[in-house]
Design a protein around this ligand. Structure first.
Ligand SMILES: Cc1ncc(C[n+]2csc(CCOP(=O)(O)OP(=O)(O)O)c2C)c(N)n1
Length: 328
């Protein structure tokens, strides 16, 4: 297992853009929690705490690469080009929702072909073999694209994880596996789920590199993901990245983490907030001021609120379209 050191591989402008993407994801997340409390939206699967590794991993991709995210991948999708209005159309299940035409719970199951986002699924780990399949197709066709596949620590206890990673390793496929390791699968802590909590160690069993990184550290995460994407593109096969992060909220709005986490652990979240950490890093470099960072967040918060109010007014799907695009 290799553990990373911080390397600066992106420019000031790129890092400031990543900061804005993270603020956009937080703004949408916070707005969705408000909408759920108001009874206007049905559900939130929060990505708070995941934004750092999500923007870093997705920014390492090129425009022709594929993203196969898990259901918590809001910031991944934003980096690919998803707008706040589009996300809110999905939250309100409107006819113009480009993610599932109003057919799914927000973030639950969606795809966006134009942004090369392959279908997200609620069936944990089921997308991992699919990511290997996409990478296999790209290799056979000589397309040169790389596939980024993300999942949680719980997903690595599923058989699909083993099958997907093993197949990619055997065929040296251009795929990067990123475990967003928040150390919980709903209420099950990682120690009750695996005897070795370092997912990267498993890479040795597949004969591929495994890398552990602090997924709340954006520059370190970007360096690791960039290296893995470049390696995949050179035809050297997959990498398994274990990004250690901190789940800031409950598993979803249907869950209450106070039932299984201590108050102290929940309070510690602020120390592990990737946005707070990244802003401190940017300030340290003289690339942003605290006021500028707060201004970016305020702009994003307003945009998210406006997007929600706008989306809520858009037309609902027509009843006669209920069976469109359903196979069975
Ligand atoms: C095959 C399957 N089993 C169980 C579930 C119920 N379930 C939904 S999310 C989840 C936890 C997944 O945890 P993890 O992979 O660590 O991702 P996280 O939600 O923490 O990001 C479970 C067990 C499911 N959706 N699919």
């Amino acid at each position: 297992m290799a553990t990373t050191t911080r390397t600066d591989t992106a420019t000031r402008e790129q890092y400031l853009q990543l900061h804005r993407f993270m603020c956009m994801a937080k703004a949408l997340d916070d707005r969705m929690h408000i909408l759920v409390k108001q009874g206007r939206a049905p559900f939130v699967g929060s990505s708070r705490g995941h934004e750092g590794i999500q923007v870093a991993s997705t920014a390492a991709l090129g425009p022709d690469d594929w993203l196969v995210p898990h259901y918590r991948g809001l910031a991944n999708s934003i980096v690919r080009g998803l707008t706040m209005k589009e996300w809110m159309l999905a939250v309100f299940a409107k006819a113009a929702d480009p993610l599932s035409a109003g057919r799914n719970i927000p973030g639950g199951c969606y795809s966006y072909r134009a942004l090369k986002i392959a279908p997200v699924s609620q069936v944990v780990a089921s997308w991992i073999p699919k990511a290997s399949g996409i990478a296999y197709a790209a290799k056979l066709r000589g397309e040169g694209s790389v596939t980024l596949c993300t999942f949680g620590d719980g997903a690595t206890s599923q058989g699909d994880f083993h099958e997907g990673v093993n197949f990619a390793a055997v065929h040296r496929l251009p795929v990067v596996f990123v475990c967003e390791n928040n150390s919980y699968a709903i209420s099950v802590p990682i120690r009750l789920q695996m005897a070795n909590p370092d997912v990267a160690d498993r890479a040795a069993g597949y004969g591929i590199p495994g890398v552990t990184v602090d997924g709340t550290d954006v520059p370190a995460s970007y360096a690791v993901c960039r290296e893995a994407v470049d390696r995949a593109r050179r035809g050297e096969g997959p990498t398994l990245i274990d990004a250690k992060i901190w789940r800031i909220n409950s598993h979803t709005s249907e869950d209450n983490h106070l039932k299984y986490r201590t108050k102290e652990e929940i309070a510690d979240a602020a120390e592990h907030d990737p946005i707070v950490r990244f802003v401190a890093w940017l300030i340290d470099r003289g690339w942003i001021s605290a006021d500028d960072a707060a201004q970016v967040q305020a702009e994003c918060d307003k945009e998210a609120s406006d997007a929600a109010d706008w989306a809520e007014q858009q037309p609902d799907p027509l009843p006669e379209d209920a069976m469109t695009n359903l196979f069975a």
